[in-house]
Design a binder for this molecule. Structure first.
Ligand SMILES: Cc1cc2nc3c(=O)[nH]c(=O)nc-3n(C[C@H](O)[C@H](O)[C@H](O)COP(=O)(O)OP(=O)(O)OC[C@H]3O[C@@H](n4cnc5c(N)ncnc54)[C@H](O)[C@@H]3O)c2cc1C
Length: 396
């Protein structure tokens, strides 16, 4: 476990700059020594990286944002974002193993009762229990209020029926924050929604691992609930009707998270393009000396830098305890589009080798589009940004 998890990061949302540097150096060393040499092999085989997960436990990543009183590192969002950037510049997939796990932890830590926190957070912080967040259904993604999974009250518990899909860590994880309807007829619809802590047990069937374009190795799966029973004390906060609010309030941090992944890909693609263009020669000189390549590199470097600054700006607002849906939305939108554009441009700079599975850039090219979908599609992001913008600038 990294030292920052103990005395030095005791105060939430703040970290001594020297401690942050030490932590980030440890992450950089791990990425360089353990992740980079194995990424091609894992990605091509689409194999779950058990070995790296054990190392991630040692690094404390499963408790990165969980409070120290529950055994976590209590890192500020800005430090957490820098970690996600560093890892994603080499391999975005593995950040998904702890990102959605930490969304589950966040829901419990923010809205759970003290007994719920004491029961679940220490196990989550150690990575003994790993999990994710189960919101999406086959017929409900963006429009989450139209979900059909229901929880019916029976004595001192609930019986849950329905299906979730695209759930990250669905196979390897063992506990999920599960969004359901406890009052399916409620109007407005969100008032009938609740969030449960749903461990794997009888009544929960895990469907097949979904095949994907990129974001390999991490398992995305269907979860089917058939007369799945949970005690009433698994209802987060033990209050019905709060689920939509509880799930969506985690989205600010979720969007900072995805923005950080976008920054990582944008910077990783730029680094690969820079190196390749300095080594590859055409017409007697390195291709980085051709102006057409320089124009691409200039745009890529500018996009990567702007994406980093927007993401850290949103994370710092989050750490100050400010509402930051506008900033997080802008960061997510810009950084994910930067990831997609930089991955495409880097692939083009690599010429035929950009199309080869022996080179890293084709993985970044396949991974980048997910950042435009996850935690709210970029179409929705623009709508959220516009609504917030108008709200913050009322007509005088
Ligand atoms: C690899 C992967 C991992 C995922 N992991 C998880 C997870 O762990 N947990 C989880 O719950 N979900 C997860 N998801 C699901 C993801 O959150 C949803 O895919 C996403 O919210 C979009 O929902 P949808 O796919 O149903 O698209 P839809 O909602 O059907 O949208 C389709 C298109 O219509 C657009 N659109 C929809 N409504 C509007 C509107 N009002 N105005 C303008 N445009 C609109 C969308 O932007 C999109 O372009 C994951 C998805 C993927 C691909």
């Amino acid at each position: 476990m990294l030292e920052a998890g103990n005395a030095r990061a005791a105060k939430r949302r703040e970290i001594d700059p020297a401690d942050e540097r030490e932590l980030l150096d440890a992450i950089d060393r791990w990425v360089e020594r353990e992740v980079a040499p194995r990424v091609l092999e894992y990605d091509h085989a689409d194999r779950y990286p058990h070995e790296l997960v054990e190392q991630m436990k040692e690094l404390g990543l499963f408790g990165a944002t969980i409070g120290t009183e529950y055994g976590g590192l209590a890192l500020p969002a800005a430090t957490y974002a820098r970690i996600v950037m560093a890892i994603s510049s080499v391999w975005m997939s593995i950040t998904g193993i702890f990102n959605s796990h930490l969304m589950l932890a966040l829901a419990i830590e923010r809205f759970g009762t003290e007994p719920q926190k004491r029961e679940w957070l220490p196990k989550l912080a150690k990575g003994e229990v790993r999990g994710g967040i189960a919101l999406t259904e086959p017929d409900a993604g963006t429009d989450l209020q139209s979900i059909r999974t229901t929880a019916r009250r029976t004595g001192d518990g609930y019986v849950i029926n329905g299906a979730k899909t695209w759930i990250s860590n669905g196979i390897e994880g063992s506990c999920f924050a599960l969004l359901v309807k406890t009052a399916p007829q409620a109007e407005p619809r969100h008032k009938g929604m609740s969030l449960f802590i749903a461990p794997k047990q009888s009544g929960l069937k895990v469907g097949r691992k979904l095949e994907k374009l990129g974001y390999k190795c991490i398992d995305s799966a269907e979860l089917v609930f058939e007369n799945y029973s949970v005690p009433a004390h698994n209802l987060i906060g033990e209050r019905e009707g709060q689920g939509f609010y509880q799930a969506s309030s985690g989205l600010e941090l979720g969007r900072i998270n995805v923005a950080a992944r976008g920054v990582g890909i944008a910077e990783g693609a730029l680094a690969l393009a820079t190196r390749y263009s300095q080594g590859r020669k055409t017409f007697g000189k390195p291709i980085c000396d051709h102006q057409a390549i320089q124009l691409k590199l200039a745009d890529m470097a500018t996009r990567a830098r702007a994406a980093r600054l927007l993401t850290l700006d949103a994370a710092e607002a989050f750490d100050r305890g400010e509402r930051c849906d506008l900033e997080a939305g802008m960061a997510k939108l810009f950084a994910s589009e930067a990831a997609l554009e930089n991955a495409t441009e880097s692939m083009r700079i690599h010429g035929a080798y950009g199309y080869s599975k022996e080179y890293h850039i084709e993985r970044l090219y396949r991974d980048a589009p997910l950042t435009c979908i996850g935690e709210g599609t970029n179409e929705m992001q623009r709508i959220i940004i516009a609504r917030q913008w108008i709200k913050r600038h009322p007509a005088s």
